[in-house]
Write a protein that binds this ligand. Structure first.
Ligand SMILES: [Fe+2]
Length: 499
């Protein structure tokens, strides 16, 4: 009830002092009092205080409300003695389920890359083998000797379109490689086969025996699910991405507006956790000419400035920071957490993790990934674009892989285990990188691209990318409800529910 009452005030543009919320919630019928305030268009305050609530509640008891009943009067006084507004007590426990930090094994030779792809293939093949359409999955070497009912899995080596709109792909497993013709209409329109993704094929050998004609191409995908069933948690997780401290386009005014809201708004007292999925600072030498767009041109000082502005976050919030492609760790993914000399600038309210990372917070699994590979997905797939990263995120989930393409825009580290495989199904999947704000859903998984705190850069202008900054998507961990708090302009709150 508290949320629905608060949302109603939010929709009317009425701000609530935390003590006013407590006073409202102590009433025997908060909704009735809220209605009275909201309907009092002439006199209602812009910022509702505890005194206002007491006044409206006592007016109601005194019979100034025609709807007040005798029962209400009998129950009065409904207001308990005021107590200091305090945030809820959260566990503040952020469990790291999967992260390369402290587990890196690579030395960067060819053997390591062979191990990485072997691990990727074997994990995804196991997922494909569970698919009904691929029952009886066989090695490619055996499939090559048969003519019908071929079912095999492989890594895509190469793919090209034919003049007639068909696609020819070469797939390989640990026994052999094979050419597959995917006739037009077999896969979805504009379906792309990305290099190094793992697929399953159902087909038959062509009459001349030179190629397999696919009847179906199967992606590992995530199972259908109705999503987050209520689990009783009262906490909210907020996502703040791509802060880019140090850039001269960092949105300081909007950041301050968000901090003020976090300190004052009653909804913010339920925010137990903030996850920051990368590009915490702008970095140095990330793109040509970046030095002309920096306000702070020392990397260490950029993190010191980040530390200062995160100290303003309310102290009941646990913060999780992960790196992106602008941060001070290796570019190759998976990226480990920030190094010790930078971590030492922050207090214990901040937890540092690698990119990507699986987290468990209040019983919910969160897959956080900065999102560099969105560049590879979008350049290799006709229907994907930078305005709708949630579509790209769906493609990652269908492939059960965050960054399949090796040798393009996303550098990969030759770990013996492939940390970019989506080996378990998250409740929430969050990315950043493209500086837009999207909240969506795929097969029960909340999809979030978490905005940015930087206005349009010269680089983005050149590439015609329009950012959607200063927004904070949130998920209620108990109910799965998602919404966005918009700090891009006054007045706030400007709340939009996206699902
Ligand atoms: Fe960024």
């Amino acid at each position: 009830m508290k949320r629905s009452v608060l949302n109603r005030f939010g929709e009317m543009g009425i701000l609530l002092d935390p003590k006013a919320v407590d006073a409202l919630m102590r009433l025997s019928d908060p909704e009735s009092c809220a209605n009275r305030i909201i309907n009092d268009v002439q006199n209602r305050p812009l910022v509702l205080t505890e005194e206002d609530v007491i006044k409206y509640a006592s007016d109601e008891r005194d019979g100034n409300n025609s709807e007040a009943t005798d029962k209400h009067r009998e129950n009065a006084p409904a207001i308990a003695p005021p107590v200091d507004a305090k945030p809820r007590e959260f566990s503040r426990d952020v469990k790291v389920l999967k992260d390369v930090t402290g587990n890196s094994t690579c030395v960067g030779n060819v053997i390591d890359f062979a191990k990485l792809f072997k691990d990727r293939f074997s994990t995804l093949k196991k997922m494909l083998a569970k698919r009904r359409e691929l029952a009886g999955l066989m090695p490619i070497s055996r499939a090559k000797k048969l003519e019908r009912d071929l079912r095999f899995a492989g890594i895509v080596n190469d793919s090209r379109f034919t003049k007639n709109g068909h696609t020819i792909i070469e797939v390989e497993d640990d026994t052999d490689k094979i050419q597959v013709l995917v006739p037009k209409g077999t896969a979805r329109p504009n379906e792309a086969f990305l290099k190094d993704e793992v697929i399953g094929v159902v087909g038959a050998t062509s009459r001349d025996g030179g190629i397999v004609i696919a009847k179906d191409v199967i992606r590992p995908d995530v199972p259908l699910s109705s999503g987050m069933a209520p689990n009783g948690s009262q906490a909210i997780v907020a996502f703040i991405s791509d802060i880019h401290v140090g850039s001269n386009t960092f949105l300081e005014v909007e950041w301050r507006r968000m901090i003020d809201w976090l300190k004052k708004d009653p909804v913010a007292r339920d925010i137990g956790y903030i996850v920051m999925p990368g590009d915490l600072v702008d970095g140095i030498g990330v793109y040509p000419g970046q030095e002309d767009e920096l306000k702070i041109d020392d990397l260490y000082e950029q993190y010191a400035a980040l530390s200062e502005i995160t100290k303003d976050l309310p102290d009941w919030i646990k913060v999780v920071m992960m790196p992106g492609n602008h941060d001070a760790v290796r570019l190759a993914e998976p990226q480990p957490a920030l190094p010790k000399d930078i971590r030492s600038l922050f207090d214990s309210s901040v937890k540092f993790v690698g990119n990507p990372c699986y987290l468990e917070i209040e019983g919910r699994t969160i897959l956080a990934y900065h999102g560099k590979s969105i560049d590879d997905f979008n350049s290799g797939t006709r229907h994907l674009n930078y305005t709708n990263p949630q579509e790209t995120m769906r493609e990652m989930l269908r492939r059960r892989h965050l960054a399949p393409v090796y040798g393009d825009k996303t550098p990969l580290a030759p770990e013996q285990k492939d940390y970019l495989v989506i080996d378990s199904v998250p409740d929430i999947f969050v990315t950043g990188h493209v500086h837009v704000c999207k909240v969506d859903e795929y097969r029960g998984i909340r999809l979030i691209n978490a905005s940015a705190w930087q206005s349009q850069t010269a680089f983005q202008r050149m590439h015609n990318q329009m950012p959607d900054p200063a927004k904070v998507p949130m998920v209620h961990l108990g109910t799965g409800e998602c919404w966005v708090e918009d700090f891009s302009a006054q007045p706030h709150p400007r709340r939009s529910v996206s699902m």
